[in-house]
Ligand binder design. Sequence first.
Ligand code: MN
Length: 321
Amino acid sequence: MFKKFITKIKHHNTIGVISHIRPDGDCIGSQIALCRWLDNNGYTALAFNDDDIPDNLQWMASYFPVEKPDVEKFEQCDLFILVDGNATHRFGAFAEWHENHPRPVWIIDHHPNPDDGFEVVISEVQASSTCELIYRLYEEDNIDQIDEEIAKALYTGIITDTGSLQFDSVSPETVEITANLLRIGGFKPNEIAEALYSNKTLAQIKLLSLALKTIEIYEDNQVAIMYVTQDMLNDTGTTYSDCEGFVNYPLSVEKVKAAILMKDHGEEGIRMSLRSRSEVDVNIWARELGGGGHKKAAGAWHKGPLDTAINEVVKIGSKQL
Ligand SMILES: [Mn+2]
């Protein structure tokens, strides 16, 4: 899968690796593990992300520095690799800069329907995560280059993108790879799980309790919707970044096939996270709303207000029930 990639990259020296806006464990894990591979193999790697790295992933950033976009540093790069996304607009300031500064762009990703125009495309929809793909890069090149830090970064991406190996994107190979990473890295699963999940503040739990009260069921128990408003954030002293994982609660109601978390951003509209645990394809659902993602997890915006958003979004989703 990476044969051409490994050969072709020899023509480059300074490589900018960019992870998508609103970063998650998979994009940061794959970005860091790829930068370490580049570094190990004599390239100069620079890592960029528009947004702050979430608190529960900060520990990973000590393995390789992830910087804010910097035009002067962009200028130094003779190649860019986008990880965990397949449309340039998902990569923030780089997208705008690149319009006027054409340079080759490659992608490594597992989302469906990549945009045209990328010079090298490693796109595997069957892969559980981009980190699973970066593991295969090491496997095809030199697996001995995976050290404890790289193993932890790759493991984290796989765990966070698969709901701790629970989603149907998980193959026997995914589990074998995570086992190998534990063996190579010499760490225990609880070490990463605690860093990722056991760091909730009391304010986050109070916000969760307000959000849980909003769960309503639609379409004969098949769709569950939960929402968070700015008043709830004000009452608990939280921000929307504190809603991580909330959507799993409406999704866990019995018989529910798909769930949506709606975050009311007032004038800006409603930000929606859609999740499925059935044949319902939330990527199709979100695309009809101008968003997108995967079959089982997607996102979109609605102009609001909340009541209208709920009615319209349920109506669109009901076509798949
Ligand atoms: Mn991913």
